[in-house]
Design a binder for this molecule. Structure first.
Ligand SMILES: Cc1ncc(COP(=O)(O)O)c(C=O)c1O
Length: 409
């Protein structure tokens, strides 16, 4: 039997999601939109509200084995405009969310005897899943004291003769930091030297709220770095505001990687929902997707400033490396310079003020590395974020002194 470790973030949210949650800051997506919103936007755009009609009369057979052609062509077009990648629809398969996309990549391309290097901290799926399949995993650790920057010399040190893959994510969960273009170029150079596949989880792309597209360091998709041995996953869940559509994808220039993922996809689902994929293809209509990303970037920027003001005001107890992409940040809470117990902090915050956050040590790694850290999602409505931070302020004044310090820190 495959032994899967507990998926800590989901387990935490599941076990704490109750009526006591007044302010949910544990989410990691931009303000979710409804089908009604989508309908209004198609009506207001060149897409036209009649674009909804074809799905009503479509006979719902299984549909194409690699996913809807219309959706895959929208994804391919989006790569070409958004990140100057050059992908045909044959380079793309759809999945229900990036979760399954990640699952297929790991399941299809790795196995016992392989070694992978995983940027860390990161989304647990990216290191626990390979581990459960008998893959040898090395964590490529980053620290807040270095602004969560990747150390390329350390990457070289971690490479072994059987290193098959390097797993990164850009923008990054939980820090909201990004890997700059020049670092990506260096990573590609190293991967090429060692014939390693680079697998980049780009689910928060293209929500780069704090770096301009004209900046020379603006990160392109890994797929547009001129290296065939790259695989990217993404979805409509985060930057595109439709987590409930459950539509994501795997994309790669390597037809071998895609073929292996298609085969694994057949084992997991045959095909995905044609209804979801149809709606997703409307979301990715160029004019709508562009507008959505611009609105979400504006919202994320405004909300980021709200969180930054809170952190500045409370700088004696909290700090972060300011996020650059994705609507999430990793905040470190301390007392007299020592990290507090983040699990106790999150538990007390929920009990006392109804604020749901994600404890870093529990959900992003073992031991004491992330003692005191909490992940905060700021992709929701500004007024709701302000109300949550007002309650957090009250907690800091009234209850924070009672939160125990982390032991072993
Ligand atoms: C880095 C990362 N990858 C993948 C996912 C899965 O996203 P979804 O399955 O909703 O597309 C998440 C969700 O939080 C994530 O943070």
């Amino acid at each position: 039997m495959v032994k899967l470790e507990l998926f800590e973030v989901d387990h935490w949210i599941l076990s704490r999601s109750s009526s006591t949650v007044k302010h949910n800051l544990a989410h990691s997506y931009c303000l979710p939109r409804s089908i009604g919103d989508l309908q209004r936007q198609t009506g207001d755009s060149d897409v036209g509200v009649e674009a909804f009609s074809p799905i009503l009369s479509k006979a719902l057979d299984y549909g194409p084995m690699k996913g809807s052609e219309s959706l895959r062509s929208k994804i391919s077009h989006w790569y070409s405009t958004e990140s100057s990648g050059d992908l045909t629809i044959e380079n793309i398969i759809t999945t229900p969310g990036a979760s399954l996309a990640n699952f297929l990549v790991v399941f299809a391309l790795l196995g016992p005897g392989d070694h992978v290097i995983v940027q860390y901290p990161t989304y647990q799926q990216l290191y626990s899943l390979p581990k459960s399949l008998g893959v040898d995993v090395s964590l490529w650790e980053t620290k807040k004291s270095d602004d969560w920057k990747l150390d390329l010399e350390e990457l070289r040190r971690l490479i072994q003769p059987n290193t098959k893959m390097l797993i990164i994510s850009n923008p990054q969960n939980p820090t909201g930091r990004i890997i700059h273009k020049s670092t990506l170029e260096e990573i590609v150079k190293i991967a090429r030297e060692h014939s390693m596949t680079i697998f980049s989880d780009e689910v928060y792309r293209p929500l780069f709220h704090s770096i301009s597209k004209t900046d020379t360091e603006y990160p392109p998709s890994i797929l547009s770095m001129g290296y065939e041995n790259t695989v990217a996953t993404s979805s409509l869940s985060k930057a595109y505001s439709f987590p409930g559509l459950r539509v994501g994808w795997v994309a790669s220039h390597s037809s071998k990687a895609i073929d292996l993922c298609v085969n694994a996809r057949s084992y997991a689902l045959i095909t995905a929902s044609q209804i979801d994929e149809y709606l997703a293809s409307l979301v990715l209509s160029p004019s709508l997707a562009q507008g959505l990303i611009e609105r979400n970037c504006t919202l994320a920027k405004e909300n980021l400033n709200v969180v930054q003001s809170f952190i500045d005001k409370n700088s004696s107890v909290c700090e972060w490396a300011r996020p650059v992409g994705g609507p999430i940040g990793f905040i470190r809470f301390t007392r007299a310079g020592k990290p507090v117990d983040d699990l106790e902090l999150c538990t007390a915050l929920l009990e006392e003020r109804g604020i749901l956050l994600v404890p870093g040590r529990k959900c992003f790694g073992d031991g004491v590395k992330f003692s005191g850290y909490v992940r905060l999602g700021f992709g929701g409505k500004t007024e709701e974020l302000k109300a949550a931070l007002e309650d957090l302020q009250i907690f800091i004044q009234e209850n924070y002194a009672n939160v125990p310090l982390s032991t072993g820190s």
